[in-house]
Write a protein that binds this ligand. Structure first.
Ligand SMILES: *Cc1c(COP(=O)(O)O)cnc(C)c1O
Length: 326
């Protein structure tokens, strides 16, 4: 494979460590072809042994993406327990720690940072506590990494997952995992899938100076390198976080003025995506959607069952003027 391309890949791997404040001695980046879910599934099946000896995974759920991890565990025949906090409640550290006391068989823990289902931002402070107790931790930071400050060294997280096309503002095509080297070292042979074997994928990048194991999404990788450059130009994660926060606050205020109430209290709200309740029981979401699309704005339907709602995202190349126009 081309040396320039391998060097570009290595540079991306290094830059992602810097974005996440991860020490390069302790952590390593693995890129994985596919959408974000491919990255999550590769982590679950490589991290949790379910052939030679078994592990037990605890999953904190408060939306569709936590739920998806449970679905993956089902497919992968991983032993797991789930705590469902409900879609409008944050993951609660005390409840998680209590579950650990009740179930000493738990070896691994997984949670979502920003639950894109609603826009709820979970507190990650339980992660270092679990690490201190010897539990291997997995964080789906898909829709927060690069847009919300995360300090991996302080979190002591074992696996943090995100993808090219969320807050780094690249285009879709691959996911990435920032993993603790020591933890990863112990996972050889765990994976039951060949192509989603995170350990083997890591070995290829490490042993062959940035070589992807199978065909990589080259155009996406080049675009991602440019996206990282643009993140730096903007002033890094802090500056991007501030822009997203400003976007979200502007959106929230403007929507309130138009009679749309947010689903979540401000204290739980991430700066990424916001759920709004239908203003009236007979609200015609499809007509609303089409009218906005005609003006150049694509929004999302709601993703929760209990309350009729829709969502508006404000990440990407989106600025105050765009929000005001919307
Ligand atoms: C986007 C996202 C994913 C991955 O979804 P894909 O459609 O597979 O890219 C996973 N978790 C969260 C929280 C997300 O926002």
């Amino acid at each position: 494979m081309d040396d320039d391309y391998k060097a570009l890949t290595q540079d991306i791997r290094q830059q992602l460590l810097a974005v996440g404040h991860a020490d390069a001695e302790q952590y390593s980046t693995i890129l994985m072809q596919g959408s974000g879910s491919f990255g999550v599934e590769s982590v679950l099946q490589t991290a949790v042994p379910n052939r030679k000896g078994r592990g037990t995974l605890l999953i904190a759920i408060n939306g569709a993406y936590g739920q998806r991890m449970a679905e993956m565990a089902d497919h992968l025949a991983i032993d797991y327990l789930a705590i469902d906090f409900g879609e409008t409640e944050p993951a609660n550290a005390d409840v998680i720690l209590e579950a650990l006391t009740q179930h000493p068989e738990i070896t691994h823990f997984a949670m979502v940072h920003c639950e894109t289902t609603t826009g709820l931002l979970n507190d990650l402070s339980v992660i270092p506590m679990l690490n201190a107790l010897g539990v291997v931790t997995i964080v789906d930071a898909m829709s927060s990494f690069g847009g919300v400050p995360i300090n991996i060294d302080e979190l002591h997280v074992d696996y943090l997952i995100s993808s090219a096309n969320k807050c780094i503002q690249g285009v879709p095509g691959f996911a990435f995992v920032i993993a603790n080297r020591e933890t990863l070292m112990q996972t050889a042979g765990n994976a039951t899938s060949l192509s989603l074997d995170l350990y083997e994928q890591w070995r290829s990048f490490e042993d062959y100076a940035g070589k992807w194991r199978f065909t990589s999404p080259t155009h996406t990788v080049y675009a991602f390198h440019q996206a990282l450059h643009e993140l730096q130009q903007e002033g890094g994660v802090t500056a991007r976080f501030e822009r997203y926060q400003d976007n979200q606050a502007r959106l929230r205020l403007g929507m309130r003025a138009l009679g749309f109430d947010p689903l979540l209290p401000e204290t739980l709200q991430s700066p990424i995506i916001t759920s709004f309740k239908y203003p009236t029981p007979d609200f015609d979401f499809m007509a609303f959607y089409r009218a906005l699309k005609d003006q150049g704005f694509i929004i999302y339907p709601g993703k929760i069952a209990a309350i009729d709602s829709f969502r508006i995202g404000n990440i990407g190349e989106v600025y105050a003027g765009d929000i005001s126009r919307c």
